[in-house]
Design a binder for this molecule. Sequence first.
Ligand code: CO
Length: 459
Amino acid sequence: MHKVQFVETVLRDANQSLMATRLPYDKFEPILETMDKAGYYSVECWGGATFDVCLRYLNEDPWERLRKIRAHMPNTKLQMLLRGQNILGYKHYPDDVVRKFVQHAVKNGIDIIRIFDALNDTDNLKVAVEETVKCGAIASGAISYTTSPVHTLENYVKMVKELKAMGCATICIKDMAGIMGPQEAYDLVSAIKDAVDLPVDVHTHCTTGLAFMTLLKSVEAGADIIDTATPPFSGGTSQASTDTLAYALRQLGYQVDLDDAVLKEVADYFKPVRDGFIADGTLMPKSMATDTQCLTYQVPGGMLSNLLSQLKTMNALDRLDEALAETPKVRKDLGYPPLVTPTSQMVGVQAVTNVLQGERYKKVSNEVKAYCRGEYGRTPAPIDPDVQKLILGDEKPLTGRYADTLPPAFEKTKAELGDTARSDEDVLSYIAFPQLAEAFFEKRQAAEDNVVKYAIEEM
Ligand code: CO
């Protein structure tokens, strides 16, 4: 019997997609021991935006959060999302930092690291994959799914073979925008299963309403693992519902080893949690709705709202149609990058700028310049040479791997931080988000000083 396994995403992607990752640790701690008994393949609970948001908004040490989850869930594999050479930030880091980060993620409790690159450049994945394998964790190599004339089945299969050769134990199709249709999923999963003998995990979002059909056709094509979220945190920009897919797949004769009573307990727990965040405005009902605009424009939902807010601040909302028409042209000029952080922002901002300036590439952001210099890696198709010349002038683009030009940073930063950093984890937080980490260290120290002060006063 074909067995289908489930990655529960409520703590990471569902949380990130529905409510900008604002779920504090205290809100889910009471359910962790129950979740540990559900029989999930894994619980995705760390990485992505969780790290940034813990430091920026929640005043939580992300490493401490991970250790606490680990302590409450000893029997379930814990999974994180890593942006390859970008680790959890928005630029490339030197290799020694990537390696240290992976080592400490595993040391603090991570079992599975899903590694992706915005451009699907495997050069940006290899160090993270290699280190994950070395640390004894499971490296899941992810394809950032997109459509374009160069994103063919052949090219995806070529990438998957490289991922396998690097040491990835599973392959993930990461459809961050929810634009992968059921037929596309069927064809892609089939092609991957034909090419490599590895478990395939399908990750999509309900944004456009395709997810249930896409996941079903993926399973029919042989997918082994699907990403889902407990019902109260499912749908809309989040994943499809865990309980619904367990029910439907069992009815269709697939083996699903989840404990229904536990799933119900998990859903019952998260219902009032969700309602609380709807009541205080953190979770906007529109995130839970279906929106097919992404299918029409082929731009992810988050990018569309960025375009709108950018035009609004420029008092140019009437130019939206032009900006939307310009977006695929910019994407083509730049060699068809998948639209995911950070490329979605680069392409969106450039499209709006081109329209509002009345002249294409008259003004170009530093990020797009860096992109054209090759600092984000190899583009899926070559950048249009005229556009590249326009942007770079006589400057020569990089030919090798950008991270090879970056000097090691971990030991140097550790020495510079001195006593401010209490652990290697602190050093890594600082390297990833210097200002945020610094502010967090200060708050942590102040809170401790207060505790000591009160203790002395009480004596
Ligand atoms: Co996602």
